[in-house]
Design a protein around this ligand. Structure first.
Ligand code: NAD
Length: 467
């Protein structure tokens, strides 16, 4: 396909090539242009040149650019969705949903404005707070939602007057490159640039004095490196990191209605979602019927190439993650009871079965760590206080959910869970207007909502004497 990097308004080849594997076949899908240090430096210099003019535009003017991006994306929705399925693995319907969400985010951002806030005004003085853009944003993106996470960063950054260098994960660069090619016809030079690496250029951006804000989504381990590397320049950053979300089912929940929702929230995108349900807690007496429901649902899942009609779960996105999950599965088999799935299909492709496991001790790796795959542990509990303590006994704090027929009771329980989001009778619901961020080691800062926009700006207090 010969996609190119977008550098300083021009579509250019990379210094080298990078093989991109289709996870459904294990074969090379395309060769992406891979940037070197010189091209990364060129991108930073071009971004700095582009920033003054872009930041001087009004919100309304920048919003029009975002709307044009969303229009262009909508017009090519099928092309983007197919490429997304091919590079990422998710079923085509999920890919179409991601593209749809991507343009919805751009449109929401297009209509926003951070207006100055009057803090105090009387005959003697007027004090107000303005927000101004930070400058050049490095958007560092993981491989699970390449497009949605690109625009979750791009929309807020651009509308508030920043310019962006987007660095996708090395295993899913193609949709970002295609987006860059599309944007080349819409945005002024240097406002968005795309840099593909092989996991080697991140530290250059996070430590570079020419980068003003790092918007990072990825693993907690890498997030810590980003934070350390940003220290020297006291760079602003937002970290959206890993999670180990618990779904807590209360004793009055209707399992027939709750079961499919919890299961779907665990295995969507083959479990590779930061806010997937990663642990399920049910009253001890409900573990048997819940496992029966999960096993039935797991049996209904159609695992396959996301481009095939009827596929409901695609492969794991990349070989490294697949190897990690196969090892975790082996370890889990030795300490728990597999009630559904658990087999590793013969290749090609990085396929796993949706797998349900019970009878695990709390210190099993599947319970303690983020699996990021379609393996769901079901854990029993006797008392509410105890299960809440077990749920909170994790360094993560991204999301969580409480399931009950009594909303008020569920909300009361939800308010005891230490995480950035707690859903009641749903999980994984995100929208551009609602702030989203992690507690504890799941992140620092927020994305989405006006709070997310503010993160891309510096507050400036203008303090006026009227005497
Ligand atoms: P990762 O941390 O390995 O990589 C993420 C990105 O960081 C990639 O673009 C990678 O090239 C880049 N990177 C690698 N080393 C770097 C360094 N030293 N400095 C700067 N950048 C560097 O994560 P992943 O494996 O691609 O993604 C999976 C993880 O992301 C999971 O833990 C998941 O929970 C998390 N995630 C979190 C959210 C959220 O919003 N909280 C969303 C999606 C994924």
């Amino acid at each position: 396909m010969a996609l190119k990097l977008l550098l300083d308004g021009k579509l250019v080849d990379g210094a080298a090539g990078l093989e991109v594997i289709n996870p459904a076949t294990g074969t090379v899908l395309d060769i992406a242009p891979r940037a070197d240090v010189a091209q990364a430096e060129q991108a930073i210099a071009a971004a700095r040149r582009a920033f003054p003019a872009w930041s001087r535009l009004s919100y309304r003017e920048r919003g029009k650019y975002l709307e044009r991006l969303a229009d262009a994306l909508d017009a090519r929705r099928d092309e983007f969705a197919r490429l997304l399925t091919q590079e990422q693995g998710k079923p085509l319907a999920e890919a179409q949903g991601e593209v749809f969400g991507t343009s919805a985010t751009l449109r929401w951002c297009a209509g926003q404005e951070l207006k100055p806030v009057l803090l105090r005004e009387d005959a003697n003085e007027r004090i107000m707070e303005q927000r101004y853009p930070l400058g050049v944003v490095a958007a560092i993106i993981p491989w699970n939602f390449p497009l949605a996470l690109l625009t979750q960063k791009l929309g807020p950054a651009l509308i508030t007057g920043n310019v962006v260098i987007a660095k996708p994960a090395p295993t899913t660069p193609l949709t970002t490159l295609l987006f860059g090619e599309m944007a080349a016809e819409i945005l002024p030079a240097g406002v968005l640039q795309t840099i593909v690496d092989n996991n080697d250029l991140g530290p250059l951006f996070t430590s570079h004095p020419g980068i003003d804000f790092v918007s990072f989504t990825g693993s907690t381990a890498t997030g810590k490196k980003v934070m350390a590397s940003a220290a020297d320049t006291l760079k602003r950053f937002s970290l959206e990191l890993g999670g180990n979300d618990a779904a807590l089912i209360l004793d009055d929940a209707d399992l027939e209605s709750v079961g499919p929702k919890v299961f779907g929230s665990a295995i969507g995108n083959s479990g590779q979602i930061c806010i997937a349900v990663k642990r399920v807690y049910a009253p001890r007496a409900m573990v048997d019927p819940l496992c029966d429901i999960f096993a039935r649902l797991a049996g209904e899942v159609v695992v396959g190439d996301g481009l095939n009609q009827g596929t409901t779960m695609g492969p794991v996105q990349n070989e490294a993650q697949y190897d990690k999950l196969v090892a975790l599965l082996d370890e889990t088999r030795a300490v728990g009871t597999i009630v559904a799935g658990g087999n590793v299909p013969d290749g090609p492709g990085y396929f796993l079965e949706p797998t349900v496991v019970r009878d695990l001790p709390d210190d099993a790796r599947l319970v303690r760590e983020e699996q990021f795959g379609p393996i769901v542990p079901v854990l029993g509990y006797d008392e509410l206080d105890d299960v809440i303590a077990r749920i909170n006994a994790t360094p993560y704090g991204l999301g969580g959910s409480v399931w009950s027929s009594d909303t008020d009771r569920a909300v009361e329980v939800a308010s005891r869970i230490e995480s950035g989001t707690v859903w009641v009778n749903r999980h994984r619901s995100l929208s551009p207007d609602v702030p989203f961020g992690g507690a504890k080691q799941s992140g620092i800062g927020v994305q989405n909502g006006l709070d997310g926009l503010r993160e891309h700006t510096q507050g400036r207090i203008v303090n006026i004497s009227l005497k």
